[in-house]
Design a protein around this ligand. Structure first.
Ligand SMILES: [Zn+2]
Length: 135
């Protein structure tokens, strides 16, 4: 079934809002539209939907659109699951920042690296003048 994310950013609770259950088109996963009326084809049953203040819930797409039509303050958005992000979360690999010491000149006092020896020298003079004078 096609779904959408509904957010209620307000202080107002929506409780047991009745919506006629729609038939779901097995091809699209969305509500089956009655070509005669242009409205979703109904199963004859009525479902009740609630979304309280501050909640974020996943609703069938036709329900989300219906609620948005009635309660315009709701935020309705596509469910987006960036697959790469999910993979990263599942693996839980912490991002390790390895200082690049393979090139350049590293300050022996604080570990900062510089592209040129001149850059390192200037840094030493500016940031570590005291240490240098003690040698
Ligand atoms: Zn330094």
């Amino acid at each position: 079934m096609k779904t959408l994310i509904v957010q209620n950013p307000t202080q107002k609770d929506i409780v047991d809002y009745k919506i006629s259950e729609a038939k779901i088109d097995p091809d699209t996963g969305d509500a089956l539209i009655n070509t005669g009326t242009g409205l979703p084809a109904e199963t004859g049953r009525t479902l009740e939907w609630s979304i309280k203040s501050g909640e974020e819930l996943e609703f069938p797409a036709y329900v989300a659109r219906y609620l948005k039509g009635v309660f315009v303050f709701l935020d309705v958005k596509e469910k987006t699951v960036p697959e790469e992000a999910v993979v990263g979360e599942v693996l839980g690999e912490p991002e390790v920042v390895v200082p690049d010491t393979s090139s350049g000149f590293m300050c022996t006092y604080c570990g900062k690296s510089f592209e040129t020896k001149k850059g390192l020298g200037m840094h030493m003079g500016r940031s570590h003048a005291e240490e240098l004078s003690e040698i």
